[in-house]
Design a protein around this ligand. Structure first.
Ligand code: 5AD
Ligand code: SF4
Length: 467
């Protein structure tokens, strides 16, 4: 299936609305109006929010961190787990008082949570002070929605999923100076049985390689040194497109761009992580030595119920292949504990994968029922308390593994990007091209530079010296 790239007339129309909003804002506020973007959830959301901020700046808003001082507040929400949704509702509730104090304030909710009809309806009914509710496919229309609301229009609820389109060239206001996000694809086709993402973000669609390359080059020009390519499953980049550029080829293209930088990517589905990709990572020296390969469960029986398209043996084989080719790589993973039907025996198989692979770190979650997914109607007999015990056992196992991992760093020299000031006075923090962070003596003049650091010790974190 060929996906259309939306013509720029869509963007032009929105930039037209943005101009009109600018004029309205000038009449309403006189001084600089302020907007606050509250982001929940994954890096994809953080990246989407950078585009929302770009549009808001285009309209004349200044971005502020504090909701209380904002004239426009937008929540970019996450639906992956119930806990994330509860937090969002709590935060939306806080805007009631803000609107009481400043009735002109506009409140909007967007993202994965609001894409679900039952949630959008709940917001509409129970949170009458929310002006705009929009789904994941119409966020580029923010200027239009603000304009309509400011000119006396009704509350807006827009959830249409214009699935086959990508709107390019939306203005961006990036959060970081040296580290940046670059979305290469949107949506997901995998339908893991626990996951809400395919329902709220729609089908997979890839950006054109030329568009990605142009944005990448611009980021390098702007001083970005550590760029993460984003997608729900970057390994299936380019599938169904006629240009023939798959993820491995895309990595090679970006690796060939001049300059010193690190290219990261996330997330990878193990079923699509090919030998071609592993060889590409091995050969492309600017590509990260980090593979985030979520295995979710170590039990083949549970993996089947999860609809993951690989079993325990295939996952371990993939890790073996990756370690053979890229021995210095760090591995990380996502794990779900307490999937419906999981027994303690299944869980022990998850523990054994953790002990065998020796991940640098893990993202661990207790299963959260998501209405509308196949797993939501599967029988689930294990109590929350029992799942909690398993979860603690998993954390303990990973702590031990992490302790063992530390030794491999001591005495070695790493090229790190110095990108943060440490809390310890006179010290800076640097990231390797894997997942490690090293603290070393230095000052702010090093920010944004690559330096060689020899790791000398571990004291609640790796410590080293510039050499
Ligand atoms: N419950 C718990 N964890 C989930 N994830 C996705 N859906 C759920 C759910 N319903 C986790 C998976 C995924 C990560 C982003 O979130 O581990 O890889
Ligand atoms: Fe969800 Fe699976 Fe897609 Fe990841 S690959 S977003 S877990 S459906």
């Amino acid at each position: 299936m060929k996906f259309d790239i939306k013509s720029n007339s869509v963007l032009d129309e929105q930039l037209g609305f943005a101009k009109r909003v600018t004029n309205l804002l000038a009449n309403t506020y006189g001084t600089c109006p302020k907007a606050c973007v509250q982001t929940f959830g994954c890096q994809q959301n953080v990246s989407d929010s950078e585009r929302l901020k770009g549009l808001l700046c285009e309209m004349g808003y200044t971005i502020v961190e504090n909701m209380q001082e904002a004239d426009f507040v937008i929540f970019k929400t996450c639906a992956v787990r119930e806990h994330a949704e509860d937090r969002v509702f709590g935060n939306i509730g806080m805007t009631k008082q803000i609107k009481k104090d400043k009735p002109n304030t506009i409140v909007a909710v967007c993202g994965c949570m609001s894409q679900q009809e039952h949630i959008a309806e709940k917001i509409k009914k129970s949170y009458p002070y929310v002006d705009i509710v929009m789904g994941t496919h119409v966020e580029h229309r923010l200027p239009e929605f603000i304009y309509k609301r400011m000119t006396g229009g009704k509350r807006i609820l827009e959830l249409s999923m214009e699935d086959n389109t990508i709107v390019e060239d939306i203005p961006i206001k990036r959060d970081g100076k040296f580290k940046g996000w670059l979305p290469i694809m949107y949506g997901c086709n995998n339908f893991c049985t626990y996951c809400i993402v395919p329902y709220v973000r729609g089908r997979e669609r890839s950006r054109e390689p030329e568009k990605i390359l142009a944005e990448f080059r611009q980021m390098i020009k702007d001083g970005y040194k550590d760029i993460t390519l984003l997608g729900q499953n970057v390994n299936s980049y380019g599938k169904g497109e006629s240009h023939g550029i798959n993820f491995a080829k895309l990595l090679r293209m970006l690796n060939d761009v001049e300059g010193e930088f690190v290219i990261r990517f996330m997330t990878s589905h193990p079923k699509d992580c090919t030998i071609e990709l592993l060889d590409t990572i091995k050969e492309c020296k600017k590509v990260t030595r980090h593979l985030h390969l979520p295995f979710q469960s170590g039990s083949s029986r549970i993996l089947k119920l999860m609809n993951r398209y690989y079993n325990r043996e295939q996952y371990l084989e993939l890790i073996k292949n990756a370690k053979e080719r890229i021995p210095e790589a760090d591995f990380t993973s996502d794990i779900i504990v307490g999937f419906p039907g999981e027994t303690y025996e299944d869980f022990k198989e998850t523990l054994s994968v953790v002990n065998e692979v020796k991940f640098a770190s893990l993202f661990t979650f207790i299963y959260s029922k998501r209405n509308g997914t196949p797993a939501a109607v599967m029988e689930d007999n294990v109590t929350r308390a029992e799942k909690g015990k398993w979860f603690s056992e998993l954390l303990l196992a990973q702590e031990k593994v992490a302790q063992e991992n530390i030794n491999k760093f001591i005495g070695k020299t790493y090229r790190v990007l110095c990108d943060e000031v440490s809390e310890k006075e006179g010290y800076m923090l640097g990231h390797t091209n894997g997942t490690a962070v090293i603290e070393f003596e230095g000052d702010k003049s090093l920010l944004g530079q690559f330096v060689n650091i020899k790791v000398e010790s571990y004291n609640n974190g790796l410590c080293g010296k510039i050499i």
